[in-house]
Design a protein around this ligand. Structure first.
Ligand code: UT7
Length: 332
């Protein structure tokens, strides 16, 4: 007797229904960091675009930021938390090996029996999570998915390291992905190049850190990352557009990972985006928020009225691994 493997019957399309974000209260300006490194406000601003960033303040942590971002996204979606069926958290700065952060957040948010797991894909983490959410919804494996990018990289940044001290900020962003009549999330272009795993690194693993008593920090060959981002990632961004069947002229909004304004400028030139395209520049006041940078920027553009619901946006994340992922989306 044959035993059928029945496939689930999902909707044909998915889209982002809502976005929310949370940034911590402590403002850290360039002058403050120049007390630790031989640098200047002028150098940091000119070379990166960053004038200040946010670090965790009193009573704040990764979990509280992630929760706040998630609650805002859920509220804007009009859904009750109990209607969500999966939670994906992307982070590299949750310092508990197990259990993961996602099931804890699901419980706290009141999402019963959620499929819940964390992913580690550094600054590409949000786009990785979004690709998974889109696939889950489209395949009928989940109805509504909460994707959170949350980072507290201030905890992994050595304030005396001249090559990284000024770059990172803390924050969280979240989206709700759900079924849709038309396609709101284009094909993802993603991958990795582990052969370049040594251009962004953690200077010791946790076991060694415990053994030596030295807290681990992120190190980086900034020039190598810069080169990769302005060549390979530029070409990848072009592939995202092509995969979605779009030309640069079809875009309304560009939300690249907020790594460096000079990288963003180079991507813009390479893609030949029209002047009218709205470009995310949240790095200026929030620094590089890794997996959280794209949803934070998306929320900011929408809440300030710089971008509108339904507009077409190219998003692309890239970072340690090296990993990358990008897709064209309709803004919630
Ligand atoms: O999320 C993804 C992960 N990271 C990134 O995407 C980062 C990508 N890379 C970058 O954003 C840039 O490489 C940095 C902003 C990190 C560095 O900028 P750069 O233009 O690549 O600087 P550089 O390392 O080529 O150094 C240029 C000059 C050097 O001086 P000389 O030799 O020209 O006299 C450095 O000594 O700038 C000097 N320099 C600094 N000066 C003041 C390097 N770091 C600093 C500093 N303050 N913090």
């Amino acid at each position: 007797m044959s035993k059928a493997l029945l496939s689930s019957n999902g909707p044909r399309h998915a889209r982002i229904l809502a976005v929310g974000s949370a940034i911590p209260s402590r403002v850290v300006d360039n002058e403050y960091l120049c007390g630790f490194i031989d640098s200047s406000d002028e150098w940091i601003t000119k070379r990166t675009g960053i004038t200040e960033r946010r670090w965790l303040g009193e009573g704040e942590d990764l979990r509280s930021l992630a929760l706040a971002a998630a609650r805002r996204a859920i509220a804007k979606s009009g859904l009750d938390a109990s209607q969500l069926s999966a939670v994906i958290v992307s982070t590299v700065s949750y310092f508990q090996q197990t259990p993961a952060l996602a099931p804890a957040l699901a419980a706290e948010l009141g999402i019963p029996n959620a499929v819940a797991y964390d992913i580690s894909a550094a600054c590409a983490g949000f786009c990785y999570g979004l690709a998974q959410a889109e696939a889950l919804v489209r395949a009928g494996q989940a109805q509504h998915v909460l994707v959170i990018g949350a980072e507290t990289l201030s905890k992994l940044t050595d304030p005396t390291d001249r090559s990284t001290a000024f770059l990172f900020g803390d924050g969280a962003g979240a989206v709700i992905v759900g079924p849709s009549d038309d396609n709101g999330i284009g094909p993802v272009v993603w991958g990795s190049d582990g052969g370049q795993g040594d251009v962004i690194w953690q200077n010791s693993d946790w076991a060694k850190a415990v053994e030596t008593g030295a807290w681990p920090y992120i190190g980086m060959n900034g020039q190598a990352v810069f080169k990769w981002a302005t060549s390979f990632i530029a070409a990848t961004a072009k592939r995202c557009l092509a995969q979605a069947g779009l030309e640069p002229d079809d875009l309304d909004v560009f939300i690249p990972h907020q790594a460096n304004n000079r990288i963003t400028d180079t991507l813009l030139r390479y893609l030949k985006l029209p002047e009218r395209v709205v470009v995310a520049r949240t790095i200026t006041k929030y620094g590089n928020n890794s997996a959280a940078s794209i949803p934070i920027a998306m929320d900011e553009l929408l809440s300030t009225g710089a971008a509108q619901s339904g507009q077409t946006a190219l998003i692309i994340g890239f970072g340690a691994g090296l990993v990358y992922a990008g897709q064209v989306v309709k803004l919630p």
